[in-house]
Design a binder for this molecule. Structure first.
Ligand code: PGA
Length: 264
């Protein structure tokens, strides 16, 4: 059974004071939820605060990107090893906002992915098509190439290590991010199954256990429909992750669904 996983992506938001309130509210609201897994990916500057306030709770934390380099003359870069020093567990890789803002290729995202895995952190590898690609009918091909960059574009030992750290894939259709227009449950399910089948071609056993989460305008109102789908194993939440109330409602739904699955 795959436990549901809800991950908040805070993006470029927060302040020491606001974060403290949000962390504390989440700790209180999520503490009794034991059937699903929860985490928040915060700006680098708040990893220390996340470590201070979330240690010994059921909420893990991590970052939103990591350098493709390990160290050296790369002004402003932050390495996966540095992120790991704050007891982080997760790093989002290849988010569409990174791909667009810094013109990031699949190959570059794959190199970042490798650094994260080598630092024994869990990559949340984001894939998804743009509106133009959706309208051109090439969504499956775009997502396939994004997946191939990590399954075939890296040394075998990296993919083997990625399995050990339980890599996660996030399907985030770019046309659904941040605008209130989530994919339908059926659209999400179809793409998640497609992704699982791609992984199965490389490793059928791993395809059964890998978590494939959905991101793009997930809210308390649509979370049940999306998370009930057999191949949707959780959510990557942007806007609603900034509200303790909305984020914890989504976590609650994920927890209930995991509880139901446990009892089958
Ligand atoms: P959203 O963001 O929930 O605000 O659509 C999701 C994401 O970008 O990860």
């Amino acid at each position: 059974m795959r436990r549901k996983f809800v991950l908040g992506n805070w993006k470029l938001n927060g302040s020491l004071q606001e974060n403290e309130r949000l962390f504390n509210a989440l700790v209180t609201r999520l503490k009794s939820l034991r059937a699903a897994d929860f985490a928040v990916c915060v700006p680098f500057t708040y990893l220390f605060q996340a470590q201070a306030l979330l240690s010994s709770t059921n909420i893990a934390w991590g970052a939103q990107n990591a350098s493709q380099f390990e160290s050296g003359a790369y002004t402003s870069s932050i390495s996966a090893k540095m992120i790991a020093e704050f007891d982080s567990k997760f790093v989002i890789i290849g988010h569409s906002e990174r791909r667009t803002l810094s013109n990031e290729s699949n190959q570059k995202a794959a190199r970042r992915f490798a650094r994260v895995v080598n630092a024994h952190l869990t990559p949340i590898y984001c894939v998804g098509e743009t509106l133009e690609e959706l309208e051109a009918g090439i969504s499956a091909n775009v997502v396939k190439n994004q997946i191939l960059a990590i399954t075939h574009g890296l040394d075998d030992d990296i993919f083997a290590s990625a399995k050990k750290v339980n890599m996660v894939i996030a399907y985030e259709p770019v046309w659904a991010i941040g605008n209130g227009q989530a994919a339908t449950s059926n659209q999400a399910q179809a793409m998640h199954l497609f992704i699982r089948n791609l992984i199965a071609k490389v490793d059928p056993g791993f395809a059964k256990t890998i978590r494939i989460i959905y991101g793009g305008s997930m809210t308390p109102a649509n979370a049940f429909g999306l998370l009930s789908m057999p191949d949707v194993d959780g959510g990557l939440i942007g806007r609603c992750a900034l509200s303790a109330n909305e984020f914890s409602q989504i976590c609650d739904i994920a927890n209930q669904l995991s509880l139901c699955a446990e009892s089958v």
